[in-house]
Ligand binder design. Structure first.
Ligand SMILES: [Zn+2]
Length: 421
């Protein structure tokens, strides 16, 4: 805007000059000088000024792709650490539109952001040296960046890779130190894919993704990578999440009017019994009828860092003829777990509602550990409801989920985790 105004102003003077005493050539030269000064000024101002700088905050800040909504909220780009520098460019009722880089934007909830008036936006940001190393538990890929800049990550399979894009940054990385203490990372490299986007590729040694966490340690963007555990169920730490609880009652039985929250816990407890019996270290997100929101479930799970998370829910539909079992995952690297569980569940003569990918459910969103949501059957369908009410069914379902996890581990061991046995 300021540029256009400046030019209008100059042209006005040309017209005046041309009709009065000023020499035309002199005027043209003056105009050119002023025009170039004006555009230079515009260029220098272009970068920092239109933005309000802010930082991600809150419990579990999440970047979203757009303003789309469904009952679980808009599609998630991913969670980000707190303190990430974000440039606000627009605002809706509940969300800010933020600029990640020249060509990339995202939405963030207003409650997940605080304005940062103390930091001056720099004209450019650089990546510096990186390191790849490991300790007793994890591998770490660490990228030094000039500020805590936003990022997005995803999994790729076959071969397995972790991909990370860092926004608003230019590479000045000429040094990637790699130590033998890294056990799971095979290769690390980057490409500057756009003027201000650096794409990092982390190739993994194993086919199966076991999870990763991304956070800033100072100004080091750190990707902490989980190694493959011993592939025995007794050696794993398995979290079981009984859906709903307390004031969050979930679905209601179509004839019995039973509440979902009181039945998810029954399936969860049966699975807990089987796993504990095998010597597995089991964590329950709840053991009693209490209200815990999904964000708090995720935060406590991220502290516990299980090897696997199983969330148990009961489905519901406005159409009472819809019935059957379904499994859900968000990240493609975790799909094999859901495939194996669904395969075993279908042995119970339940209708196949399907394996659902890219699922936008908060407990499926973390990349930290493989997870599967199991919607056992529909409380809104009479046939399914009858089975859900039967205590014997709780036991057989728990048994099938256990068998599904076991099948998955066997497949991972054989290296063919993408086909259900
Ligand atoms: Zn539910």
């Amino acid at each position: 805007m300021s540029c256009t105004k400046g030019r209008t102003f100059l042209f006005y003077h040309v017209w005046i000059g041309n009709t009065t005493l000023i020499d035309y050539k002199y005027l043209m030269r003056l105009i050119l000088i002023l025009l170039s000064l004006s555009s230079l000024k515009g260029f220098a101002r272009n970068f920092p000024d239109p933005y309000v700088l802010a930082r991600s905050s809150g419990k579990l800040a999440m970047l979203g792709y757009g303003l789309g909504e469904d009952r679980l909220g808009g599609a998630k780009m991913g969670y980000i650490d707190t303190g990430i520098a974000l440039r606000i460019i627009d605002s809706t009722k509940d969300q800010y539109l933020i600029k990640l880089s020249k060509n990339h934007t995202a939405y963030i909830n207003k409650e997940d952001i605080v304005k940062d008036t103390a930091t001056r936006v720099k004209p450019f940001y650089l990546t510096n040296s990186w390191s790849v190393k490991g300790d007793d538990i994890y591998d770490y890929v660490s990228l030094n960046v000039d500020d805590k800049l936003p990022y997005k990550s995803w999994m790729e399979i076959d071969p397995s890779k972790i991909m990370v894009e860092v926004y608003g940054v230019q590479s000045n990385t000429n040094w990637i130190t790699q130590l033998r203490s890294a056990k799971e990372v095979k290769n690390v490299y980057f490409v500057q894919t756009e003027d201000d986007v650096v794409r990092v590729t982390i190739e993994l040694k194993h086919q199966q993704h076991w999870g990763y966490s991304i956070y800033y340690h100072g100004k080091n963007l750190t990707i902490r990578i989980r190694r493959q555990p011993r592939l025995k169920i007794k050696d794993l730490k398995i979290a079981i999440d009984a859906g709903h609880g307390g004031s969050n009652t979930g679905a209601t039985g179509i004839t019995s009017k039973v509440l979902e929250k009181n039945y998810t816990i029954r399936f969860a407890t049966e699975l807990e019994k089987i796993l504990k019996d095998k010597g597995t270290n089991v964590i329950m997100t709840r053991t009693v009828d209490t209200t815990i929101n999904n964000i708090d479930r995720v935060l406590s799970l991220q502290k516990e860092m299980p090897n696997v998370l199983i969330s148990i829910h009961l489905n519901s539909s406005g159409n009472d003829t819809v019935k059957g079992v379904s499994t859900y995952y968000k990240h493609i690297g975790f799909r094999p777990l859901t495939t194996h569980i669904l395969h075993r569940m279908l042995q119970l003569q339940l209708n196949e509602f399907g394996n659902v990918g890219n699922f936008n459910f908060t407990p499926n969103a973390p990349t930290d550990f493989p997870s599967s949501l199991v919607e056992v059957a529909f409380l809104s369908n009479k046939d399914d409801e009858k089975r859900i009410l039967d205590p014997r069914f709780h036991k057989v379902v728990a048994r099938k989920i256990y068998r599904g996890i076991k099948d998955w581990l066997i497949a991972v061991k054989k290296g063919n985790e993408y086909s259900a046995s």
